[in-house]
Design a protein around this ligand. Structure first.
Ligand SMILES: O=C(O)c1cccc(O)c1O
Ligand SMILES: [Fe+2]
Length: 282
């Protein structure tokens, strides 16, 4: 069993790094941790980075999870290899680019690029962004799946994810007490469906709604409230069409042993209990 402890970072190819920087700092509210030649490292919490934009194909998207230590990383590599996944061990240069001690890269059954990392770098400086979005941290990602049943088995049997709730065939899965860290959304191919940051309060969600609207950032869903996690949310579109979400008040699963996933119907009221409708093209 591969024990995922937390998300580490997302790496996104950017068709225009300047646009990505402008969005991340002026709209999303991240802090530039480091500006390299062809890459931009962005902070949302006490880590050195949780999002990296690099000059490249926007379809080149990777999600990374932290595992405990080098032994667990080796065991994960062996387990994935035995299941027929091509596993690449990060070279020293690639580790330096990711600010981690070691990592492996592989694809999930849909073809999503996943990395497992050990010892992601932290910073002694606290996260402080020039745009005050109220971000308290990087919290979850949605991944597309071309086969929800198969992929749920991969994340829950090969890895340690547990399903907290389902909306139609969308599985919301946790790797710790937080309601979900990975969501699997049915789609036509691999890719990141959305990237979530938690914010401090309801006020932050609504302030961002007006702030982003004023900047002509496309709002794709919300403000609203998810009946599943209980979180108040706002989804909006960033560079190259990537969807970002702010949310506040996501539930924690209190009893790991007794929690049973709830099944919600695939209908608008399962995604927003206030009646917001998604404007996201399907
Ligand atoms: O928070 C949730 O419950 C949730 C539900 C559906 C889709 C999402 O992105 C969510 O974050
Ligand atoms: Fe979400």
């Amino acid at each position: 069993m591969i024990e995922l402890r937390d998300l580490a970072y997302v790496r996104l190819g950017a068709s225009n790094l300047e646009d990505a920087q402008s969005f991340a700092t002026r709209s999303l509210g991240l802090q530039v941790g480091e500006q390299a030649k062809q890459a931009l490292y962005l902070r949302s919490d006490d880590r050195a980075h949780t999002l990296c934009y690099f000059e490249g194909d926007p379809r080149d998207q990777t999600v990374a999870f932290e595992v405990d230590d080098a032994d667990k990383l080796d065991a994960a590599g062996a387990a994935l290899d035995a299941l027929g996944h091509a596993v690449h061990a990060g070279t020293p240069d690639e580790c330096a680019l990711r600010k981690v001690k070691a990592f492996i890269a592989f694809k999930d059954p849909t073809g999503n690029q996943i990395e497992l990392v050990v010892r992601p770098e932290r910073s002694g400086k606290r996260y402080f962004a020039t745009r005050d979005a109220g971000i308290t941290g990087f919290s979850h990602v949605g991944l597309f799946t071309t086969d929800p049943v198969r992929d749920e088995l991969f994340w829950t049997q090969v890895c340690n994810a547990r399903v907290s709730d389902r909306i139609g065939d969308i599985a919301l899965m946790r790797v710790n007490a937080i309601h979900h860290t990975v969501a699997l959304a049915p789609g036509r191919g691999p890719g990141v469906h959305h990237i979530n940051h938690q914010v401090e309060s309801n006020d932050d969600v609504l302030r961002s709604y007006y702030h982003l609207s004023g900047q002509r950032v496309p709002i794709v869903f919300g403000p609203g409230r998810h009946p599943t996690s209980g979180a108040r949310f706002l989804y909006f579109q960033g560079p190259d069409g990537m969807v970002f979400e702010y949310s506040v008040g996501v539930d924690e699963i209190e009893d790991e042993e007794t929690h049973r996933p709830r099944q919600f119907g695939f209908e608008p009221s399962s995604l927003c209990m206030w009646g917001a409708k998604s404007a996201r093209p399907r």
